[in-house]
Design a protein around this ligand. Sequence first.
Ligand code: RET
Length: 306
Amino acid sequence: MLVDSVIPQYTKQSSLLPTATAHPSVAPIPSVIPDLPIYQEMGHSGLVTLWAVFVIMLLSTLAFISMAWRVPVEKRVFHIIMTFITAFATISYFGMATGGGATFVHSLASKCHKHDPSHRLDVFRQVFWARYVDWSLTTPLLLLNLAFLAGLNGADIIVAVVADVVMVLTGLLTALGETRVQRWGFYIFSWLAYLVVVYQLVVRGRRNAANRGAGTARIFSSIGGFILILWTVYPIIWALGVGKLKLSVDSEIIWYAVLDVFAKPVFGLWLLATNARSSTAPTIEGFWSHGLNNEGSLRLDNDEGA
Ligand code: RET
């Protein structure tokens, strides 16, 4: 009885199960074949360039160390800062050349398609975050050297250095950003911070350098002008590379390599050579050369002598 009442129910249900049919339903073949994602990553020329710059930065670091031994302490701060700048770059280029310090960032690139004009392509681009770590340490130090050259006061130095760090970190967040709104937001913050840096150099820096005499003013305007032009090329390369995906990863590496060599070793050699040659070039006195205690004892001696 019980069995009789269950079996018909079971058979009824089983009729809902799929059965063999003479006309299997096949999904229609899509007319637009989806594109495979594109991977933009480093190739052979990029790798060779990274190793070449690693060697240049390493040799420059050694050169700056040996130059630092030969100058009086009042001029040595410039050399020490330059040494750290190229040393950080050496480490960062070593990291990138050995395949580290990078990640893949997903973006949607528009592509003209005859069936679908709004067609989008998935692009995964290799972004070297190690670069931004390098910049967050080295660009404030570069600015510090320029600020010492111009004789900027502590408040102006803090504004320039902090704005510079904000510029680099928001630049990194733009590169890693996941949405358009996020990327544009961080990009605008980065540019605003860059404008603050430029203001500190062009307006405050020039005014201070002029107050230090014609010699310093001349050195500051040539070295500062060189830095200003060079630094402005960085966001252009950035926009063409990570921003618009127009520049291959290898071309981006080569561009940054040329810029980095000019912004670090070439700038450093120029600054230090000018400083060594010129009798009017600024020196850094006080605490930076003599330390706190010695500065105090010097003042005491002077008072006693008076
Ligand atoms: C970013 C992001 C987009 C907006 C701006 C940028 C500026 C970058 C600069 C970099 C300078 C680097 C230097 C390195 C030296 O070795 C971060 C690309 C304004 C100015 C001088």
